[in-house]
Design a protein around this ligand. Structure first.
Ligand code: AMP
Length: 527
């Protein structure tokens, strides 16, 4: 079954319901949205001659046309290649060439840059751009019905951020996305038809995948006028639109919570805030629950098993009467309903409860492999299990606690140190706004712990002695940072994840020294 059938079904069942809003204003009903999508699908297949399985890249900022193009491509039986709008045109050209995309849907403001990069990189690929005649013809062409697809046919080719080497195309089928959507209702949120989902995070990533359950229920889809994340705009929209749901990276949640707190805004217009994609520190989720109440759900997933490894439900997060609550909120929850999760050693043997190993997952949500990359596929998929590269443990109740990516583990003097343990301690210091911990090569210790710290501007007198004392009172001596780097901001990717690779490069080329407070050179703390 073609996943796009969910839109056809909702349009038939609830034709007059509001489907697409820009800000608080409705721009399309379900009937109107499905009609435009069906016509665009007809244009892609009949006018442009694209064949089932052809890839179409979408390189657009969040906009109503993004959702139209996404469903138009799927409806036509083609494959969506979602591309982050913040990528450099050259990176996009690389993805377009690797996916052998036959068309790129592109926002007007990104088109000129992309056209230049595509010219440099090889054969011409046509562009479809909202606001231009070509696009108008597309949404006025002859409509076609949803095209048949088999469950295992490719639907979504998502390029991983590629922190090492070139990005890899994760192949997701209609079945993968259907299983992900089913898990959403079972493990994340049942969703009521009155809910409205707001796209504050890029539609090219998790937020776009989470459009599907809200189409199933015939909910409103809200594009913020800013096209992205602005806490004040979201607070305003929650008041005007009501029952707002959103997917947000932990850094976005933190900023939203701070703003709700400082402005004294009423959080009741927020229905559900789903967070994931990176670690949420215990202190942050506690503050979020205090300020905004039981509106949060956590998910843990990765492109290769999208949004679907574990989930920590709203009720578990909110139930402070549970004696295990503190451990629970520090976990990523339990395996989602349609997947099986294990913690294994290097040979793939299941480890006893509470022992740290690699998280592996299997189920209908797991990708079939990487696009035209059999070596990478064989390394990630073994005997039907996806090796996530994440280290973690599982307790006797099935709760998974993540440590770090296996490659981020620091081995100092033969002892394993998980950066997150150190980060969790440093973040509790009132002067620390953000922190990221990495290992640096050291001749004596193998590696030593280095902490990159963003301090609250009001706490200018806090230095490494103070932070060292703070760590010594809370964690083993050998785990505490040997070196602190005070920086104005942490390097993050477009989804708000801290780029540890960039921090490592800053150490390697000495760049970070220029970022030390007061012009001091980095010091080593005594062991
Ligand atoms: P991506 O494929 O870009 O979505 O990145 C997926 C990675 O983000 C996972 O393999 C984890 O390392 C991390 N991640 C995702 N969700 C969480 C979460 N809830 N808590 C901690 N890390 C997470």
């Amino acid at each position: 079954m073609n996943l796009a059938r969910i839109l056809a079904r909702s349009a038939r069942t609830f034709p007059e319901r509001s489907a697409l809003l820009v800000g608080a204003k409705c721009v399309l009903t379900y009937a109107a949205l499905a009609a435009r999508v069906a016509r665009m699908a007809g244009y892609l297949r009949q006018n442009l001659g694209l064949a089932p399985g052809d890839r179409v890249a979408i390189y657009m900022g969040n906009s109503p046309e993004y959702l139209e193009s996404l469903f138009g491509v799927l409806w036509a039986g083609l494959v969506v290649v979602p591309v982050n709008a913040k990528l450099h045109p050259r990176e996009v050209a690389w993805i377009v060439a690797n996916a052998q995309a036959r068309l790129v849907c592109v926002s007007p403001e990104l088109a000129a840059g992309l056209a230049g990069a595509l010219d440099e990189s090889g054969p011409a690929v046509p562009l479809l751009m909202p606001g231009e005649g070509h696009y108008q013809r597309a949404v006025s062409a002859l409509a076609i019905p949803v095209q048949e697809r088999a469950p295992e046919d490719l639907a979504w080719l998502f390029y991983t951020s590629g922190t090492t080497g070139q990005p890899k195309g994760v192949m997701l089928s209609h079945r993968n996305l259907q299983a992900m959507t089913a898990c959403f209702f079972m493990d994340v949120d049942p969703v009521a038809c009155e809910d409205a989902v707001v796209y504050a995070a890029p539609l090219s990533h998790g937020a776009g995948l989470y459009s599907f359950p809200y189409v199933v229920r015939g909910c409103r889809h809200v594009i913020p006028e800013s096209g992205g994340f602005d806490p004040d705009e979201l607070i305003n929209l929650a008041g005007r639109v009501g029952r707002l749901a959103l997917f947000a990276a932990p850094t976005m949640v933190r900023r939203l919570v701070e703003r709700v707190k400082s402005s004294g805004a009423d959080p009741s217009g927020f229905q559900t805030i789903i967070y994931g994609g990176g670690p949420m520190y215990g202190d942050d989720i506690r503050a979020a629950l205090d300020v905004m109440g039981p509106r949060f759900v956590q998910i843990y997933g990765q492109g290769e098993s999208p949004m679907t490894i574990t989930a920590l439900s709203r009720s578990l997060l909110a139930d402070r009467s549970d004696p295990a609550w503190a451990q629970r909120v520090a976990s990523v929850g339990v395996a989602q309903t349609l997947v099986d999760v294990r913690i294994v050693d290097r040979e793939g043997r299941t480890l006893p409860n509470d022992e740290v190993g690699e998280v592996v997952v299997c189920g209908d949500t797991v990708m079939s492999g990487y696009w035209r990359n059999p070596e990478a596929s064989a390394a990630a998929l073994r005997d039907g299990w996806l090796w996530t590269g994440d280290m973690g443990s599982m307790d006797s109740h099935g709760f998974v606690t993540l440590k770090d990516r296996s490659k981020d583990l620091i081995i100092s003097g033969g002892s394993n140190i998980y950066p997150r343990e150190v980060e969790e301690v440093l973040i509790t210091h009132p002067a620390v706004r953000e922190v990221s911990v990495i290992g640096r090569h050291d001749a004596d210790w193998g590696e030593v712990v280095v902490a990159f710290v963003v301090l609250d501007p009001a706490a200018a007198d806090v230095g490494q002695d103070e932070l060292d004392r703070h760590c010594l009172e809370r964690i083993a001596r050998f785990k505490r940072p040997k070196e602190y780097r005070f920086v104005d901001a942490l390097p993050k990717n477009n989804y708000g994840k801290v780029l540890k690779t960039s921090l490592r490069l800053m150490l390697d080329d000495g760049q970070a020294e220029g970022m030390l407070r007061d012009g001091r050179r980095p010091q080593q703390s005594a062991s």
